[in-house]
Design a protein around this ligand. Structure first.
Ligand SMILES: Nc1ncnc2c1ncn2[C@@H]1O[C@H](COP(=O)(O)OP(=O)(O)OP(=O)(O)O)[C@@H](O)[C@H]1O
Length: 589
């Protein structure tokens, strides 16, 4: 025995209203869409007219489209999921907006009764009345021109959704770009022209009106394979790259949504688009784009066009490009990580922080040959002045993407040499002292070394610039890693610290160095101190000060040493005065 599914209309309407469509307001879109499709089916689209009238007790929408015969009314209107817009194989027909055969049902989100008065040229007029409980009637209709009038009788509580103001607003939102004339209560809502066919000035004012900003620039978009045309508006102010920019997307001139994601690659967060496509497909809710190969291809093509705009800007108006980079450098840098052309643009035009001022990587390379960089801002701050004094150019690679960009530049272009500055490399550039001075300093160095031994630090004396810097704490990356490593080990439980111990023994670290500057007057005085205790205190405080200056982590042992050396020095400075004051007090008595 074979049976047929029964469909509970209430269940379907509930599904549509709560799960498929974001809001009952879409009923206007679905009605407009049916009217446009009916007009398209006549091949006389340019004469197409859609009229909507609103009133307190009903809403009517009339089109001069193809209309339906009585047989079609039974077949198409009374069968959920049946559509005239699919071919024999069941594929959506290219020229139509609808395809699923459920659009009309959305009217039940706002109405309990739908009347369709329709006539096909050469056939009799007929009226179909559908009720939200699933019943329908068909009867002969009054004489009329070919076409269709759909009448909705508002449901109690939904009247506001059918009011003149709301309907006009919705018809304009969804339909203002439609190629047929649409009127709501005798007022035309279609604009007739699309902004990207009306010149640049029109695009600028469109952006201001619709997106609320005057764009930095406008890039016209054209992707023939997706039947896509439109414009990308470059934002005039920085945006957070993490906030996904939505785009205004039209499909066959009907608004899909105002906030469509996925049309542009992520890096292009500096642009907002308005586009119309004849080929991209909507999802069933018609609120976003169906993610398929064609959308991917369109995304790639748009990316190419935005990139092309940037490259052209570099060639024709570098000053404007610099301004653009000022605002949107994060996006461009992110792009440069996987795009050679963008990488060149960043190299040539984006000024980067160096110890010789703000220069582009290209200028830096020309001046210094090799791109030497510090990979964190702390490391840069610590070394910038010292490196500058040695005439070593140093780039701050600590900002987002900068280190990766420098490293990528060196991988892509064999002529570019890049080298991460190893802090201890600097020490090899410092001048050693003559043998006699070295010999004279031995006793002091021995005292100093004994004081810093327990902190794992080696003390050396060199002559270097700037003269104003008494000491520099230099730690190689291996040693820095080791420090972190031991700190973790000390905090870990037995099992884990056992594992870390085993690892630690594999890589014995170089020791960090405290390099005292023999050119610095204070250091000269310190090395001359005869009292070993005082000399030790002075070395300890120089150590502490250079740790802080270089933003190095302060371990508990360092903190303790900072306190004892400070108190020690204070103690040396103060007791004489206190003693004097005491004796004055004695005399007063
Ligand atoms: N104004 C109209 N003029 C002529 N035919 C219409 C009209 N409105 C609806 N129809 C017919 O009713 C059918 C069902 O319409 P419905 O809106 O439910 O689905 P659809 O437009 O085919 O697809 P979708 O669910 O994607 O909108 C249509 O395929 C069309 O043949």
């Amino acid at each position: 025995m074979s049976n047929t599914f029964q469909v509970d209309l209430r269940g379907i309407v509930d599904l549509l209203s709560h799960h498929l469509y974001a809001s009952p307001r879409v009923y206007v879109r679905e009605l407009l869409q049916n009217a446009v499709d009916a007009i398209t089916a006549t091949d006389l689209a340019e004469k197409g007219q859609i009229r909507i009238t609103t009133g307190s007790d009903e809403l009517r929408i009339t089109d001069n489209g193809i209309g339906l015969t009585e047989a079609q009314v039974h077949e198409l209107l009374a069968t959920i999921g049946r559509s005239s817009k699919r071919d024999e194989l069941g594929f959506a027909r290219h020229e139509f907006l609808g395809q699923f055969g459920i659009g009309l049902l959305s009217c039940f989100l706002v109405a309990d009764e739908i009347r369709v008065h329709t006539r096909r040229a050469g056939a009799e007029p007929v009226v179909w009345v559908g009720y939200s409980d699933g019943r329908y009637e068909v009867r002969p209709g009054k004489e009329r021109e070919p076409g269709t009038t759909v009448t909705l009788l508002p449901r109690r509580g939904a009247e506001h959704l059918l009011s003149g103001t709301t309907v006009r607003e919705l018809a304009e939102l969804y339909g203002s770009m439609l190629p047929v004339s649409v009127e709501v209560d005798d007022q035309r809502v279609t604009a007739g022209e699309v902004p990207w066919e009306s010149g640049r000035a029109a695009l600028f004012s469109y952006a201001e009106k619709v997106f609320g900003f005057v764009p930095f620039d406008v890039v016209e978009l054209d992707v023939p394979e997706a039947g896509l045309k439109g414009a990308a508006f470059v934002l005039p102010t920085p945006v957070n790259p993490a906030t996904r920019g939505g785009h205004r997307v039209y499909l066959k001139r009907m608004l899909l949504a105002e906030n469509v994601e996925g049309l542009l690659p992520e890096w292009a967060f500096f642009a907002r688009c308005v586009v119309d496509s004849t080929e991209l497909r909507p999802t069933a809710s018609r609120e976003s784009l169906y993610d398929d190969g064609l959308l991917n291809a369109a995304r790639d093509a748009i990316a190419d066009q935005l990139r092309g705009w940037l490259v052209r800007l570099a060639a024709t108006d570098p000053r404007r490009l610099t301004r653009f980079l000022d605002v949107h450098h994060l996006g461009v840098k992110a792009l440069a990580l996987h795009d050679d052309e963008m990488l060149r643009i960043v190299e040539q035009w984006y000024p980067i922080e160096t110890n010789m001022g703000q220069v582009t990587l290209a200028e830096f390379r020309e001046r210094h040959g090799i791109i030497r960089y510090a990979s964190t801002a702390d490391e840069f701050r610590q070394l910038a002045a010292v490196a500058a004094a040695q005439d070593v150019g140093l780039v701050n690679g600590g900002y987002v993407y900068d280190t990766e960009i420098i490293e990528r530049l060196a991988t892509v272009d064999p002529e570019v040499r890049a080298e991460r500055l190893e802090p201890t490399d600097l020490a090899t550039r410092f001048t050693g002292l003559d043998a006699e001075t070295e010999l004279a300093l031995r006793p002091f160095l021995a005292i100093a070394q004994r004081r810093l031994d327990r902190l794992g630090c080696e003390v050396v004396i060199r002559a270097f610039d700037p003269v104003t810097l008494p000491a520099l704490y230099l730690v190689s990356r291996a040693a820095a890693f080791h420090d972190q490593f031991t700190a973790t080990r000390d905090k870990s439980d037995d099992l884990w610290s056992g594992v870390l111990d085993a690892l630690a023994s594999v890589a014995p670290p170089e020791r960090p160095q405290l390099v005292l500057n023999h050119r610095n007057p204070l250091v000269r005085r310190v090395v001359g101190i005869a009292d070993p205790e005082l000399a030790g205190l002075a070395v300890e405080s120089l150590y502490g000060q250079s740790l802080m200056l270089g933003h190095h982590p302060i371990r508990p042992a360092d903190a303790a040493l900072l306190t004892t050396s400070f108190v020690g020095l204070l103690d040396r400075a103060v007791p004489a005065i206190v003693a004097e004051e005491n004796s004055v007090a004695e005399e007063d008595r």
